[in-house]
Design a protein. Structure first.
Length: 299
C-alpha cells in the first residue's frame, strides 16, 4: 500500500463526503454527495461510491466511517464497547464489493451498555482529535442534532452520553405551537445567556418557560430572533445541567461546525471552563488518516 493514493469517506445519514488522498496524506480533491445512508438500500452503496470516485486505474483502498456501517447500511460494522480506544484500521470491516477496483473498509462505532448509548462517526472525530492531541484527558463535546459528551482518559473512551437537543430544537421551532414565534435566523446573545441560566437554575420550570416564549410574542411582541436565542438557551441549559458530571472541573474540547460549536463553547465558558475548539470536518479526516496509516503499516 506504500505510495498509493487512497479514499477517505464520511458516510452519514443524509450525506456522503469523500476526499481523494495522496500517499503522503495530502487532499487531492473533495467531493460532496446527497447519497446518504437514508436514501440508499444495501445494493445502492457501491454504485453511489463509484459515482463519486475519480477514475480508478487500479485497486484503491476506501476508508469509511459513519452510518454506512449501521444495520441499515452497506455492511454492518459491530460496535466496540466502552471502555475502549477509538476503533482503528485493524478493527475495520472489509466490504465484499463487486467492483474489484475498490477495497472498501468500514470503521465500527462505539456502544455503551448502561446507560444504553451508541455512536457512529463521532468516534472517528474523537480519534482524529486524539491523534493531534495525544496527551488529552478530559471531555470532548460534539454538538449536532444529537450532541455527544465523551469522557477520555489515557487515550480511551471511558463513557459517553447523547442528548437529542438539536432535534428537540428543530421539533419545537418547526412543529410545535412555538413555530409561530420562533425566527429562522437572527440571534440575541443576552437572551441566550439569560435563558441558559434560567434553565440551569430552574430546570423543573422548563415546560412553562417554553410556553412563555409564545405568550411573550403575543403580549409583548417578543422578536422572533430573541425567541430563537432563548429557545436555544433553554435547551442547551437543560443539557448542560444534565451533563454537569461530565464537564465540571474537566478540560473540555468542542468539536463542531462554526455556528453551533461556538454557541456550546460560549455556554461552557460562561460556567468558567477553558474550552478548546476544533473543526469537526478536519477531525473526521484526521481520524480516517490515522485508521489508514494503521492498515498501511500492517499491509
Amino acid at each position: 500500500m506504500a505510495g498509493q493514493d487512497w479514499i477517505a469517506a464520511d458516510w452519514g445519514t443524509s450525506h456522503l463526503r469523500i476526499w481523494h488522498m495522496s500517499a503522503d496524506g495530502t487532499v487531492k480533491s473533495r467531493h460532496d454527495s446527497d447519497k446518504g445512508m437514508g436514501t440508499l438500500d444495501s445494493d445502492g452503496f457501491e454504485p453511489a461510491l463509484l459515482a463519486a470516485l475519480p477514475d480508478l486505474p487500479g485497486t484503491i483502498t476506501v476508508m469509511i466511517c459513519g452510518m454506512a456501517g449501521s444495520r441499515q447500511g452497506w455492511c454492518e460494522a459491530p460496535y466496540a464497547a466502552v471502555p475502549c480506544t477509538p476503533p482503528s484500521g485493524s478493527d475495520a470491516v472489509r466490504v465484499p464489493a463487486t467492483d474489484t477496483r475498490i477495497d472498501a473498509r468500514i470503521l465500527p462505532g462505539i456502544k455503551q451498555d448502561s446507560p444504553a448509548d451508541v455512536m457512529r462517526g463521532e468516534e472517528t472525530q474523537v480519534a482524529g482529535f486524539l491523534a493531534l492531541n495525544p496527551g488529552f484527558d478530559g471531555v470532548i463535546c460534539l454538538p449536532g442534532t444529537h450532541c455527544k459528551w465523551v469522557h477520555i482518559s489515557a487515550g480511551e473512551v471511558v463513557s459517553f452520553r447523547t442528548f437529542v437537543t438539536g432535534e428537540l430544537f428543530a421539533l419545537l421551532s418547526k412543529q410545535s405551537v412555538l413555530r409561530h414565534s420562533i425566527g429562522t435566523e437572527g440571534w440575541d446573545d443576552a437572551a441566550f445567556s439569560g435563558a441558559l441560566d434560567q434553565a440551569m437554575g430552574r430546570p423543573a420550570a422548563f415546560a412553562a418557560d417554553l410556553f412563555s416564549l409564545r405568550a411573550e410574542n403575543l403580549l409583548h411582541d417578543l422578536s422572533p430572533a430573541t425567541a430563537r436565542a432563548r429557545l436555544s438557551g433553554l435547551l442547551i441549559g437543560m443539557e448542560l445541567a444534565a451533563a454537569k458530571p461530565y464537564w465540571l472541573g474537566q478540560s473540555v474540547a468542542v468539536l463542531g461546525e462554526t455556528g453551533l460549536a461556538e454557541v456550546y463553547a460560549a455556554a461552557l465558558e460562561k460556567q468558567g471552563l477553558p474550552v478548546t475548539r476544533a473543526d469537526a470536518e478536519r477531525m473526521t479526516l484526521e481520524g480516517l488518516k490515522a485508521a489508514y496509516a494503521q492498515i498501511k503499516e500492517t499491509a
